[in-house]
Design a protein around this ligand. Sequence first.
Ligand SMILES: [Zn+2]
Length: 349
Amino acid sequence: MRTIALLAGLLPVLASAAQAAPLTSVSITPWRGDARGAHTIAHDDYCSPGVSGIEKNALPILEARGLKAAVGVIGKECKPADWARLKELIAKGYEPFNHTLSHSGELEAGTLAAVKGWDAKREILDAHALMLEKTGYRFSFIGYPFDLASPETRAMVKQQPDYLGARAAKHLYDGSMAGLNTDEGDPYFVKWDVYWTDGKWSLYKPGAAGSILIQHAEAAINSGSWTFRTMHGVADGSWEAVPLAEYTAYADYLKQQADAGKLWIATPTEVIRYRETRRYCSVKLDSKGIQFDTSATDCKRYAIPVTLAITAASAPVLQQGSKKLAVKAAGDKRWLVEADPLAGPVLVQ
Ligand SMILES: [Zn+2]
């Protein structure tokens, strides 16, 4: 009993010793969890009968590894069971994105000739309204069919309040739509790499199983960027379908890198929100702890919780509102903590 009483008496002393170490710097890490890079898994043409392997093969493989993907929805192709399934996927943290109403496209892939009867409002805005009506979900990202779109169509999307980003699309081929995205890139021109079995139009060449897919994820880690992987089906009859062994090797690699804290696997809107929060909601130290500057309109528009990297001689005890924040040691007097810019100052206890 005496020992317990003694220890109890010591506790406030220990707590105040921790309190004594001031924070010496704070910043928002480029990617969540202080990962070296970010990566998005995306499957186009969802609801089209040709890509049955997304549901049959890809999603169970991802699910088993706790990975979330984005699916490009062709609105007109969705049946009642697809809408119900999309609702489930949304609840699990997957992100459906607008891949237009009919996928007729604005420009022919290859020739770049205008597609007869294209109507941007019908293809994009009606697809948006249909998704909202059937699932209650508002798309916030778009991938144009064949990644081709006129400047007018792209400008129309940018004016829609729900759209926070778009996959890079052009009205001419100039080779710059594929690539890596920096931590300050344009959210309406998110570069990608499309899976191509023999690597013909990919940034990479095939090698060991999963090679083309893995190289694009690895590029994010090596260059500190965000890479976006576009695929269609998996082991089905779809356009350039990914073989099962390739996909499994890719998913294993992603899980391994995510578990090691090197790669942040996230859906497009989550990465865009994170990146814009970092850009528009600045952080600084003050005498009580950490203050977010949320005065910018774009801070309020994009804000999501972000990872703060703090330096302090010892582990800080931090609180935001009534919530105690979990502090993770990152070595060399660095500490990581997740905080929400819209939840008020982070106070040192
Ligand atoms: Zn497509």
